[in-house]
Ligand binder design. Structure first.
Ligand SMILES: Cc1ncc(COP(=O)(O)O)c(C=O)c1O
Length: 364
């Protein structure tokens, strides 16, 4: 007899790493293409040699202090997890009950769906709408749904569109005020904060129903070392902390400490990626039938005239991400100049081949 799982998890589909065969450019996970700086590698190596010991309390304390000065929030407001993912998961666990409603935009970060199902909750997804070169959220619809929910998640900037979708700080504060009366949690996911430069983390001092989630996976080049954090009012932070496992890997803690001690490296990564993003977007727009949206992140959302475009690129060893908008769409991570050029040239060839096929089928 197979194990009896919760009925709502019978057909749960989580994230499945996809194998693309030989990969020449890995542009599907919004990672930094640049390895962490030498001081991070040294710190991880040093801590690996102490792997027989659980981490020291002093490591947590040091990391919390560094995050406090990086974010401007008090140390009691910071919680650290194995990636932003873990912080998100704990927030869903803390507030969302069976059959209760979670509200988030569609499309948005795929794990909101996983965590809603994990809790047996029900999702109300508010569709984003394209307008010129960016995607927008209908704020009044979102607000209306949010007021009858238990939890609201908003990725700002949004993944996969790259658009900033939150309203002004005043409008957000107004919603938080209303949600606070109903006991609703708002998760503001700022995973791409370093690229957008936009944050509302300051509101966590006044609102105990706001959790801001950030990560060291992107700008800080630590995706594989899994460090993310949350910023919340001390009372909410304490509740979330109570659900965390007692220890994170000491290598991850050490990596985060070393990276935050030298934030200028991340700043340089962000500068290079932003420059490359603008170059890539401009170059892509010159290809026939291509539409590229303005991005405040390290990735671009692209509509192409090519069916199954993700598979076509994979045949050339280029991994990009599928998006639920159609099989002619893709999300591409902005990478090194060499990989960006390889992606651009390969896509140009694929578009041209698709055009030739169309032309000759019209002649028939
Ligand atoms: C919007 C958003 N939130 C959170 C995350 C989680 O990142 P991590 O778990 O690596 O910190 C990601 C990762 O891609 C993301 O795109």
């Amino acid at each position: 007899m197979p194990v009896r799982v919760k009925p709502w998890l019978e057909n749960q589909e989580g994230y499945k790493p996809r194998s693309y065969g030989v990969i020449r450019a890995r542009l599907d996970l919004n990672e930094s293409p640049y390895p962490p700086p030498a001081r991070v590698v040294e710190a991880v190596t040093r801590e690996a040699a102490r792997g027989n010991r659980y981490p020291e309390a002093a490591q947590y304390q040091h990391l919390t202090e560094l995050l406090s000065s990086y974010t401007g929030a008090a140390p009691e407001q910071i919680i650290v997890g194995l990636g932003g993912d873990m912080v998100l998961e704990k927030a869903f666990t803390l507030v969302l009950g069976h059959r209760e409603k979670a509200v988030y935009p569609w499309p948005s970060f795929s794990m909101y769906e996983v965590y809603t199902r994990q809790q047996g909750g029900e999702a109300a997804k508010i569709e984003l709408e394209p307008s010129d070169d960016r995607w927008q959220l209908d704020w009044s619809r979102f607000t209306k749904e949010a007021l009858s929910a238990r939890l609201v998640a908003l990725d700002n900037p949004n993944n996969p569109t790259g658009s900033l979708i939150a309203p002004s700080e005043d409008e957000l504060a107004e919603l938080l005020e209303k949600l606070s009366r109903e006991g609703v949690l708002l998760i503001l996911d700022e995973a791409y904060y370093e690229f957008s430069g936009v944050t509302y983390a300051g509101l966590t001092e006044s609102y105990d129903n706001l959790l801001v989630v950030r990560t060291l996976s992107k700008a800080f080049s630590l995706a594989g070392l899994r460090v993310g954090y949350g910023i919340a009012h001390p009372s909410l932070a304490e509740k979330l902390r109570s659900l965390l496992p007692p220890f994170l890997p000491r290598t991850s803690l050490a990596a985060a400490i070393a990276a935050l001690e030298e934030p200028s490296y991340a700043a340089k990564v962000v500068e290079v990626i932003r420059r490359e993003r603008e170059w890539l977007a401009k170059s892509l727009r010159k290809l026939p039938g291509i539409r590229v949206y303005r991005s405040a992140t390290n990735f671009l959302l692209v509509e192409t005239p090519v069916p199954k475009v993700v598979d076509r690129l994979a045949e050339h060893g280029i991994a990009v991400r599928r998006v639920p908008l159609g099989d002619n769409w893709l999300r591409v991570t902005v990478s090194t100049p060499a990989e960006n050029r390889l992606f651009l040239e390969t896509l140009a060839k694929i578009v041209k081949t698709a055009e030739n096929i169309n032309d000759s089928s019209e002649e028939l």
